[in-house]
Design a protein around this ligand. Structure first.
Ligand SMILES: [Zn+2]
Length: 656
């Protein structure tokens, strides 16, 4: 396990470089990320490159045997470039060009930006791709699926649509442009979605523009990676991703990159909303699921966050070390802390690093040093990975489509995924979050929440899984839309109806109003947001509504289909329902579960096929006592234990 830091040599006096490297080496830092925003120092004038300072910075760290993660600086083009080519700046959905002086505001499709981005990447690759100190490369920073509406993007979007649909007639038909007389008679009439509220805009156009933007972002990352690979085909290339309003399509973004890396800022103040903790375990599992491989954390919480927002609280004692280890428990193999020292200049000066503005290492730094000391002990888990019995399907198309049309008050696609994730996690099992097209045959249970946008290969994949004996759980708002984001003219859940063995005769978007359902065992639960009123075909009722004109109608169904079982949850409940439901699914599918885990304790297992390592992480502010089913060897304390006592945010790892 490697622990690293993000460092910005160009922001510090040169006298500090050596003392920083000395302290890093003494602390046990193994990797340093450099060069992320340093374009203006690497190319101070058009075509005039200066790598001497970066050479020096790299050798400053590599002489201490620290590896380098080298970044391409394309998130921040120098001002001379904007001056010469003002049209490389993004244009917002309101039609106005953004102002310079910030970051990440370049248009990824602007030809002159691409010319310079390729050139600086090529220069860096030629100089460093074969440097043994360089352990990995990071493309750009936190790439989003930018909704740029500049002339270039408009043109590319039109080409992208013609490429997909052949001609305007097909686009008009696919978008339903006859509604509100929006039919295109000339290609120039195709415009990206604008600043009007989404509710006024064509949902098909909005989804296609989002797909186009995601494609362009992925293409940019791919093209830059290929430039580096040209110089060294064995170079390991990634980009650091995160969750945002314009979240990229993670599957597309990383499809041609070597590994996933993620900027991990777990919430310092834990909330317990409806029994569902604000733990970042869900996001970490999602990152592992992108390539179904272990991943890196490229930026890890190191202090109070906040630069463009009010500052958040400082990490509680235990969180610096604990949250780095939580990431490892979910598949991170390397954790890089953002950042070594807090910037004392620039917009990001309050996004705190390990060392404060004072430059006096304090409590958080000492905890980081503890983590570094522990890291060599964790080398036994380097070759391990998580193997899961449960998968939750995440679809970027569904995510985007629900952002375009949020259905009803309170309805959230992500919330449904998180409920199931939290419910299964409470029983101490590994949970994968994967693409709907991934091979599902290895899972004992697959949760497919709100499969809203029809995708042929996803639907076939789910059918194949159930036909061969799998157990699937689907939820309301499945099979609603065709691939263009138009409603399918069939009873819901349309393409999934045969497998579900029930159909929706009517639905009631009840929003924040609460109703009651009762399950087959007589347990009652509150439901909200959405009520599918179901008519049974071959399915049986698992739970029924107790309220409104559909009292007595099925709310949740279970259907045996071929060799498998398909559940359908036609409403949205609270955590108590999902917990009980997950417990039943685990019983029926033979997934082993831990009972009576203290609140906040997260359990995952990494295996190398021979040894299983169980991670117990106390993600709470209370001490936790855990009785182990048998005595096990703790690789943290090098001793055999039959019970664990974990301080807040403490972790123990035992060999099974
Ligand atoms: Zn653009």
């Amino acid at each position: 396990m490697k622990i690293g830091v993000d460092y910005y040599p160009e922001q510090w006096d040169r006298a500090l470089w050596q003392t920083d490297a000395d302290l890093m080496a003494r602390t046990g830092v193994k990797l340093v990320r450099l060069g992320e925003f340093a374009w203006s120092r690497l190319e101070p004038k058009d075509g005039e490159f200066d790598f001497t300072w970066l050479d020096e910075a790299i050798s400053n760290f590599s002489r201490h045997a620290m590896g380098i993660v080298l970044c391409t600086p394309t998130s921040c083009p120098p001002l001379w470039m904007y001056e010469t080519y003002p049209d490389i700046v993004q244009v917002g959905t309101d039609g106005n060009r953004l102002q310079t002086g910030i970051r990440a505001h370049r248009c990824l499709n602007a030809p002159m930006f691409l010319y310079y981005a390729k050139r600086i990447t090529e220069q860096l690759a030629k100089r460093y791709a074969n440097n043994p100190a360089v352990a990995a490369w990071q493309i750009d920073n936190e790439l989003e699926a930018y909704p740029c509406t500049c002339e270039v993007c408009r043109g590319l979007f039109r080409d992208w649509l013609i490429d997909k649909y052949d001609d305007l007639a097909n686009i008009n038909a696919a978008f339903g442009n006859i509604v509100w007389s929006g039919e295109y008679s000339d290609i120039s009439q195709i415009q990206p979605p604008n600043a009007y509220p989404k509710a006024w805009q064509n949902p098909a156009l909005c989804l296609e523009y989002s797909r186009f933007s995601a494609d362009m972002t992925a293409k940019f990352a791919h093209d830059m990676a290929m430039i580096i690979k040209r110089e060294n085909p064995r170079a390991k290339v990634t980009t650091n991703t995160f969750f945002s309003e314009n979240t990229p399509d993670f599957y597309k973004l990383f499809s041609t990159l070597d590994f996933v890396s993620f900027d991990n800022y777990p919430p310092v103040k834990l909330t317990d909303e409806d029994g569902m903790s604000s733990s970042h375990a869900f996001r970490l599992d999602m990152m592992r699921g992108v390539k179904q491989k272990n991943f890196w954390v490229m930026e890890q919480l190191s202090g109070p966050t906040g630069s463009w927002m009010p500052m958040g609280p400082t990490p509680r004692p235990g969180q610096i070390k604990g949250y780095a280890m939580q990431a490892m428990a979910h598949g991170a193999d390397t954790v890089m802390h953002f950042r070594w020292r807090t910037a004392n200049k620039g917009a990001e000066m309050y996004w705190h690093g390990l060392i404060d503005h004072s430059n006096v290492p304090g409590r958080r730094f000492n905890e980081f040093a503890e983590l570094c000391r522990l890291a060599p002990k964790l080398s036994v888990i380097e070759t391990t990975e998580l193997v899961s019995d449960v998968a939750i399907l995440y679809s970027p198309d569904n995510d985007t489509a629900f952002r375009i049309q949020p259905q009803t008050e309170g309805f959230s696609y992500f919330e449904q995924l998180r409920y199931f994730h939290a419910a299964f996690s409470k029983y101490g099992v590994n949970v994968d979050i994967v693409s709907p097209t991934t091979d599902l045959s290895k899972y004992k249970a697959v949760i497919a929440p709100s499969m809203y946008i029809y995708d042929k290969s996803s639907a076939e994949n789910i059918y194949r899984y159930v036909i061969k004996g799998g157990t699937v759980v689907m939820t309301a708002r499945s099979g609603v839309k065709d691939p263009c984001n138009n409603c399918i003219m069939e009873p819901l859940p349309t393409v999934y109806r045969e497998m579900i063995g029930a159909e929706v005769s009517e639905y009631d978007p009840i929003g924040k109003e609460e109703q009651t359902i009762v399950d087959f065992a007589g347990n009652t639960y509150k439901c909200r947001q959405w009520c599918d009123i179901l008519e049974l075909g071959t399915a049986r009722a698992y739970a029924e509504y107790k309220d409104s004109f559909y009292s007595g109608k099925p709310a949740v169904t279970m259907n045996r289909y071929c060799s498998g079982v398909a559940y359908y949850i036609g409403t949205v409940c609270h955590m108590d329902f999902y917990e009980k439901f997950a417990g039943n699914i685990m019983k029926q599918t033979g997934i082993p579960r831990l009972k009576d885990l203290p609140k906040g304790v997260e359990v995952t297992t990494r295996t190398n096929g021979l040894d299983d390592y169980i991670f117990f992480f106390n993600n709470s502010e209370q001490e936790a006592d855990i009785i182990l089913p048998k005595a096990m060897f703790s690789i943290i304390d090098d001793t055999e234990k039959d019970k664990l006592k974990l301080k807040p945010f403490d972790m123990d790892i035992v060999r099974k």
